[in-house]
Design a binder for this molecule. Structure first.
Ligand SMILES: CC(C)(COP(=O)(O)OP(=O)(O)OC[C@H]1O[C@@H](n2cnc3c(N)ncnc32)[C@H](O)[C@@H]1OP(=O)(O)O)[C@@H](O)C(=O)NCCC(=O)NCCS
Length: 182
């Protein structure tokens, strides 16, 4: 497997994981924004980032109210996705959720002729008071490492508006939708 794909390969990959994206055009995208589909080949992936003082990471357990409050603070529309069907992987400071993502299992897919397990992190957010401290990226990196340990071949990021941020971990855009400002 490899970590660079041609435009044609990118379309094939998206077609194998989220085919509806290829037909969606610029639907739902604000002018001047992009929505990228990104991929990282996981062979040997380990978290390259240093530990963060006072921040712990783990799967959310127990009463979901504090998790949902954090999600709503970042993006109210995402609360419906944090309904317990997919595990939430989080960052905690003093026991409080400060950053969160869903660790998704998209199942086994045929990626460029090879059947492989595809997962990914989704609906990633850091509550505003804790942003720009490296917490969100560290959480996504640890989530990515968990996928690697669990035998996933690829991590796939669906519909992200922050491709430069994911690229810091090696994720590559395989397909971009955009709404150019006219
Ligand atoms: C995007 C988001 C999750 C980043 O969380 P965060 O915890 O502030 O991110 P980090 O502090 O770990 O970022 C680490 C690095 O990425 C940079 N960065 C942060 N946001 C960025 C962005 N939108 N684009 C590019 N780089 C970004 C930071 O400057 C930092 O770089 P540095 O270490 O070189 O200074 C957060 O801004 C957020 O919740 N946004 C709203 C929801 C959203 O857009 N989610 C995206 C997933 S679809």
């Amino acid at each position: 497997m490899k970590n660079a794909w041609s435009e044609d390969e990118g379309r094939q990959i998206v077609g194998a994981v989220f085919p509806h994206v290829l037909k969606a055009g610029s639907e739902g995208i604000a002018p001047g924004k992009v929505e990228d589909e990104m991929l990282l080949e996981l062979g040997g992936y380990t978290d390259p980032l240093p530990a963060l003082d006072g921040v712990t990471f783990g799967f959310f357990e127990g009463d979901p109210a504090p998790l949902l409050a954090a999600v709503r603070e970042v993006e109210p529309n995402w609360a419906k996705y944090y309904d317990g069907r997919e595990p939430a992987f989080c960052a905690f400071v003093g026991g409080k959720v400060v950053s969160f993502c869903l660790l998704s299992d998209f199942g086994e897919r045929e990626i460029l002729g090879q059947r492989v397990k595809v997962g990914g992190t989704g609906c990633v957010g850091t509550v505003p008071a804790y942003r720009r401290r490296g917490i969100g990226l560290k959480m996504v990196s640890l989530g990515t490492a968990i996928l690697q340990e669990r035998g996933f071949g690829y991590s796939y990021i669906h519909d992200t508006g922050v491709p430069a941020w994911y690229a810091k971990l090696g994720y590559q855009t395989v397909y971009r939708r955009e709404n150019p400002v006219k």
